[in-house]
Every structure is written in structure tokens, then in C-alpha cells.
Write a protein that binds this ligand. Structure first.
Ligand code: SF4
Length: 414
């Protein structure tokens, strides 16, 4: 501790302090809702990284040195559960191991590999960006956030994530998890205004280490991943695990706080037809290709949709709920009662040229909508792929909260 002065001076200070009854040296403390002090920033970083080194989940995109792989994982993780991403990450990279191989693939093949992840516009943008990089940039992914953001499908969040994780840029990554941690630590209520967002971004940026990437150390990238990990596994939206939190001593809230208001859920029914036929030893299923003109899931294959009027009174083969953002779809799948069931077959909401028979053994190579894939798997028409889950049990238990979704994506999962 710094000494105020020698013995004689100390005696004078004591005498003056007694006279005025006010402390002469007051340590600055932080009020609720204020930014972290410099000493707290340093302590926060240190405690966070110690915790991360011990508790980080083993995830297949951690520790990879190929920026292409980091890019693919970051795009997949937008609005998607970690467990679902793991399954598709391995399969996608097995099919498209390099940026060049992705750029050369037909779009239908990319969408097929993406099937089940939803938000298909991400896959289209990823594909377009790969083609642009190969055509215009010599096949090399840009190495900084500013240039990355000029690519299709890469916005503030994704650009910062790739730049810090792959290239060590000292730039903050702010997703829903990071925002929640920072609001709770600083004791600031959730505000959706520009000023509220600016505060969070400034606080996040203040915490990112300034050191550049050096051999074996990526301070900024590791810090950003640790922040997101803390929000995803400890500082949970409901029931945060404060007892296990490395920054408990710095946190103003120590518990839940007012969060963004949730949009009201709505419910809609949706009915589909399952029609199978045998051709020798081959089984085929009738699917409907969505128009190339529609804004959602253009060109993808789904079970032929049916109007609700024609299914009244019939017993479905399958009932399931399919939630998309603020809508719960109560889905029913019906089988035609043989080829004579003209009423149902003629009621299909698709033009004849949209309908096609697809071999059930080849379904995985077609661009199916997420709902079609889920329905066909539940009905045992399509094989369920095994998910490689070694060492990530905790990932299953924790839903990753939505990443900042500012990259111009549309909600096109279905
Ligand atoms: S102490 Fe609790 S509320 Fe605060 S950051 Fe940690 S987990 Fe979140």
C-alpha cells in the first residue's frame, strides 16, 4: 500500500482528519449502472481467463487454426443450438473441407449439407462469399473485421468473431450472452435504445485485451470465447449459477435482472401429406419443391402441404410441434388412403411441376426443409444421423442464446 508520508506528516494528517472528521483518501467505487473501473477490468479479465482454462467445453471448432473452419462454425452458430451445430459442422466440413471446394459446389448440394440447421439464407450467403473470395481475393479469407464485413452474410458480430478468433484482432464480440453478462455485472437494466447498446459495446471493448496474436497465444480471441462461454454456461438467462461464477465479486446484480421483453408466441396449424411408392426394391417419397420466388426457403423440398379443410376428421400418422422464433406450428402428417384417395391427393397445395419422387435412400443429399427432415426421420422414412457428442455433454444441457443477428439474415427455418 502507498505510504502517505513520514511519521511527522502522518501525525499532522491524523490531526487534520480528526478535526474535519472526513477521510482524506477516498477510493473511487463504482455505482450501479456505471462502467467498470480500470482495476476491475484487469481483475475481470484475469479471473475470466483462469476460469475458462479450466471449464471451457470441448467443442470441435475450438483451437482450430484454419479461418475457413472458424467462419463456418460462426455462421452455423447464429441462432442455433450447439448440439445441432456439432452434427452439421463435421458433416459439412467432410463434404466441403476447403473454401475452394465450397465455392465449386452447386448450391443445392450446399443446402443439402445445411438441411436441418435452418435459416438457409446463411448457407446461400456462405456459398456466395466463398465464390467471391475465390474469384476476387485469390481464395484467401480477409484477415481483419473491416474487410470481412464486406462479404455476403458477415456483419458486425460475425466479422468480429472471425477476426479475433482467427487473426487475434482486439475487437469485442457482443452476442446475447455477452450482453447479459455485462448488464448484470454493471447492474444496468436492459434498454433496447442505441445508447444502451453503445454502453454494452464500449464495456465489452474495454475488456478485450489489446495484445496482438503471438505464438500460441490469442488473448483477444480467447477472451471473446470465454465471455460467450460464461454467458452460455454460467450466467444463464434464468437461474444464473452465481456460485460458480468467476466474476461474482465484481458483479453488481448477482442474479437475474430485467431482460428484453419476449415477443408473444402465436400458434398455427400446418398439415402435410406422406405418400410413398415402391419401384422394385426402391422406395420413393413424394416431395414438393418450394418456388424459387418465395422469400423463405426458396427451392427447398418439403412434404406436400395440405389445406386444413381436407384433413378434418382424419387421424394423422404423426403430430409434432415445430417452433420458429415466435410461432409454434402444430404439424400433422397424413397418409393418403391408397392411390384412390383422390380427395387428399388432389388437395395438395402445389402445382404438378413442383412435385417430385425422391428415393428415400438419397434424402440426405437433397435440400430438405428442417421440418421435412424432422418429419421424415420421425416417420422412419429417413435415417437419423448419429451425432458425435464425445466430451460435450454440457453443451446439450445449455441452449446457446441467440447470437447477435444483425447480419441481415431472414428467419427462414421451417
Ligand atoms: S455473479 Fe451471477 S449474475 Fe453476475 S455475472 Fe456471475 S453468473 Fe451472472
Amino acid at each position: 500500500m502507498a505510504r502517505v508520508g513520514g511519521g511527522r506528516l502522518a501525525g499532522m494528517v491524523t490531526a487534520v482528519a480528526k478535526k474535519t472528521e472526513k477521510p482524506l483518501v477516498r477510493l473511487r467505487t463504482r455505482g450501479a449502472g456505471e462502467a467498470l473501473l480500470l482495476s476491475e477490468v484487469l481483475a475481470f479479465r484475469r479471473r475470466l481467463m483462469q476460469w475458462y482454462e479450466e471449464h471451457a467445453r470441448v467443442l470441435p471448432w475450438r483451437g482450430v487454426s484454419d479461418p475457413y473452419r472458424t467462419w463456418v462454425s460462426e455462421i452455423m452458430l447464429q441462432q442455433t443450438r450447439v448440439a445441432a451445430v456439432i452434427e452439421h459442422y463435421h458433416a459439412f466440413l467432410a463434404k466441403f473441407p476447403t473454401l475452394v471446394s465450397l465455392s465449386l459446389a452447386p448450391e443445392a448440394s450446399v443446402l443439402a449439407a445445411w438441411s436441418g440447421l435452418g435459416y438457409y439464407r446463411r448457407a446461400r450467403m456462405l456459398h456466395k462469399a466463398a465464390q467471391f473470395i475465390v474469384r476476387e481475393l485469390g481464395g484467401v479469407l480477409p484477415g481483419n473485421s473491416i474487410d470481412l464485413k464486406t462479404l455476403p452474410g458477415i456483419g458486425e458480430y460475425t466479422g468480429a468473431a472471425i477476426a479475433s478468433i482467427s487473426f487475434g484482432e482486439s475487437i469485442a464480440v457482443v452476442d446475447g450472452n455477452v450482453e447479459r453478462v455485462l448488464l448484470r455485472v454493471t447492474g444496468r437494466p436492459y434498454v433496447s435504445t442505441a445508447a444502451g447498446k453503445k454502453f454494452v459495446h464500449e464495456q465489452a471493448q474495454a475488456l478485450v485485451p489489446k495484445k496482438k496474436l503471438s505464438v500460441g497465444v490469442n488473448a483477444a480471441g480467447d477472451h471473446n470465447q470465454a465471455m460467450m462461454e460464461l454467458g452460455a454456461t454460467v450466467c444463464l438467462p434464468k437461474g444464473p449459477l452465481c456460485g460458480a461464477c468467476p466474476v461474482y465479486g465484481l458483479c453488481e446484480t448477482k442474479g437475474e435482472h430485467g431482460s428484453a421483453p419476449r415477443t408473444m408466441q402465436r400458434s398455427l396449424p400446418a398439415s402435410y401429406l406422406l405418400s410413398l411408392r415402391k419401384r422394385g426394391t426402391v422406395t420413393e417419397v413424394l416431395l414438393s419443391r418450394r418456388s424459387a420466388e418465395v422469400s423463405l426457403m426458396a427451392g427447398m423440398l418439403e412434404l406436400p402441404p395440405l389445406p386444413e379443410t381436407v384433413v378434418a376428421g382424419r387421424e394423422p400418422l404423426l403430430r409434432l410441434r415445430h417452433a420458429i422464433t415466435n410461432t409454434n406450428y402444430y404439424v400433422q402428417v397424413f397418409a393418403a388412403r391408397g392411390l384412390k384417395d383422390k380427395k387428399m391427393l388432389q388437395a395438395v397445395l402445389a402445382e404438378p411441376e413442383q412435385l417430385e419422387w425422391v428415393r428415400t435412400s438419397r434424402l440426405a443429399s437433397h435440400p430438405l426443409t428442417g421440418l421435412a427432415r424432422k418429419s421424415l426421420q420421425r416417420l422412419d422414412v429417413m435415417e437419423v444421423r448419429k451425432v458425435r457428442m464425445e466430451g460435450i455433454e454440457r453443451a446439450l444441457a445449455v441452449e446457446v442464446s441467440p447470437a447477435a443477428f444483425e447480419d441481415g439474415l431472414e428467419l427462414d427455418d421451417y
